[in-house]
Design a binder for this molecule. Structure first.
Ligand code: KG4
Length: 333
């Protein structure tokens, strides 16, 4: 079954062609990062306009690279939530037009379920049930993946997402947007115990998380140093910060896996590219005798293939939308 899938929830426009969910024929991704870099963050209107400009050409290129004719497509899948509303609308409207013009089913896909499905592409042997930590620019969720389409959020951030916290730290240190990978790169030459940063704990909700205290601590530390004219050890600050985020995520995930009786743990989303988090998960899983699944960097960030993969399983489960499909800024899993 051939699916064209579309992702436009934030600052990447992506169109992929996948076969039977897990085989990626092509994944055409246009990153808008350069357009937003000058503003230090995503500007929603610029994002929407850029999606409008590139989405048709990307879909033509996807078909030609995959060697697939339009008439061979069996369905079109689209990320319809959550995300920047103007950005999501572009992908949804385009997907509706494709479905309408070709007379093929339209399959709506939850963006976070797509991130989780990136693991199915990377690991052909992986099947639910398992526990997944989904960490991206806008979400930090502990998800019980009971089946391909049946998932339950067991824990989530009460305020900022882990990715937001990385981006804010990068910004206050004057690093380019999107900052996570720059903080990650700097941290490799620093000491992770030089700066003492807080780890949060939500009273009565052991699997919920909070990153705003950590974010504020970093911002205050940098501003205080500036005011006093003190030189900061930026590499050690990044290393100490990365450690604080990782220690808020990894032990919690392992504890929940134990509680739910899972020996399979997956990680998904842009922040899953972080080297410290990857290393800490590897060590923890080995100690626990658990199987760990973290996609390669190319499948951690937003892409079209993950939407095609999840779209396939949604299709099998009977999920369909008609031409009245709308876009949503927020949506339960
Ligand atoms: O999943 P994603 O591409 O987009 C969303 O759906 O949000 O995630 C983007 C987030 C950004 O906050 C970015 O700074 C972060 O992932 N990120 C990283 C790394 N690479 C990307 N954070 C930490 N370390 C990295 N290596």
């Amino acid at each position: 079954m051939l699916i064209m899938s579309i992702e436009s929830t934030c600052d990447e426009t992506a169109v992929a062609i996948t076969e039977n969910g897990r085989r990626v024929l092509t994944d055409q991704i246009f990153s808008q990062a350069d357009l937003h870099a000058v503003y230090g963050g995503v500007v929603p209107e610029i994002a929407s306009r850029s999606h409008v400009e590139v989405i048709s050409q990307l879909s033509e290129r996807a078909l030609s690279v995959a060697g697939v004719a339009k008439r061979d497509l069996d369905a079109v899948a689209v990320a319809y939530a959550p995300g920047l509303i103007g950005a999501v609308l572009v992908g949804v409207n385009f997907a509706k037009s494709v479905a309408y013009a070709l007379g093929i089913p339209l399959v709506p896909v939850h963006h976070i379920k797509g991130h989780i499905a990136a693991n199915y592409i990377a690991f052909p042997e992986l099947e639910p049930p398992f526990l997944c930590l989904a960490i991206s620019g806008g979400n930090t969720l502990l998800v019980d993946v009971r089946d391909y389409t049946d998932m339950k959020i067991v824990g989530s951030t009460r305020d900022d997402a882990a990715g937001e916290c990385f981006d804010k730290t990068a910004r206050v240190l004057g690093l380019p947007y999107p900052g996570g990978k720059h903080v990650d790169a700097l941290s490799k030459n620093g000491s992770d115990s030089k700066y003492v940063l807080p780890r949060s704990h939500v009273e009565g909700s052991p699997y919920d998380m909070s990153f705003s205290g950590l974010k504020t601590a970093v911002v205050n530390l940098v501003h205080n140093a500036e005011q006093k004219g003190e030189e900061l050890d930026r590499e050690s600050l990044c290393a100490s910060f990365g450690r604080a985020v990782s220690e808020s995520l990894v032990p919690r995930t392992m504890q929940l896996a134990r509680e739910l009786g899972y020996k399979k743990i997956a990680v998904a989303g842009g922040v899953a590219a972080n080297s410290r988090i990857r290393e800490d998960f590897r060590a923890a899983a080995e100690k626990e005798g658990a199987q760990l699944f973290i996609p390669p960097l190319s499948l951690c960030g937003d892409n079209g293939a993950m939407i095609g993969c999840q779209g396939y399983y949604e299709y099998l489960a009977g999920t369909r939308a008609d031409t009245a499909l709308n876009a949503y800024a927020n949506m339960e899993l």
